[in-house]
Design a binder for this molecule. Sequence first.
Ligand code: DON
Length: 310
Amino acid sequence: MIEIDEKDLHYWLEHVKIYANNGKVADYIPALANQQPEINATAFYPIGDKEVACAGQADYSFTIQSVSKVLTLALALIQHGEQAVFSRVGKEPSSDPFYSIQKLEVEKPSKPLNPMINAGALAVTNMIRGRGSDEMVQEILNLVRLLADDSSIDYDEEVARSEFETAFLNRALSYFMKQNGIITGSVEELLDVYTKQCAITVNVKQLARIAAVFANDGKDPDTNQPLLPSHVARVCKTFMVTCGMYDASGTFAINVGIPAKSGVSGCIMGVIKESGGLAVFGPALDEQGNSVVGMHLLKDLADDKRWSIF
Ligand code: DON
């Protein structure tokens, strides 16, 4: 059992916050471009009905962006099962950036390599049940609210609209997949759902609680009630290890050694098996689109706590 208290979080966050100077806030989604690089926060949500520990601006809200890919994958697996989901998306890591289109053309059959890259996540979102985009978004929100134990969670309309209006690459990926039979229906409707799932807003305490459900094999970290089937939690965690940090996943596995998922808003959720969920936020990103402060904090805490699963 790994224990992380508020003193640990304060100490390490203080130690790594300077690294924000080495990164750059994402600006390809216009509404993210004005995030303040000096904002940072971290939280650890322990399993076993204990208090959440936090440091920094822990009530500051940010959009989950690519972290949503784990949650829509969980939902699609619950709704359709592994066979159906993996007929549309692969299980292999990619060494390309998250937005890359090139493997779609060379892979045969032409399905996206995994559900953590944008193409794969779009294919997964396309499978979510609902009679239109509003119902699909509602399904996703219901799952996020359940895992975070907070029914007030919603998406940020401005960030969703800003991404919807500028998501030319994600549209291109979607049309390519539609041509190849991986995606069905309206691409505009798919982009509507996808940009809203990415714009779901949380703070680090809520994100840490979501991670804690995965750390507890799909069960509520406080009550042990099942919230996700354990095999779904296991599949999601495995993708977090192999693909969660994109083309930095190998280095991250060596340096940090836990399932984790990042988002371009600057958040990272990390899963510490049987101990709890960790969340970090710091909007300055490295070349791979991962939070610089988050990466340093996780590496230093990993060395300190020796939590690597390997
Ligand atoms: O689709 C996009 O480009 C964004 N909404 C999400 C990408 C993302 O978060 C990648 N993560 N580091």
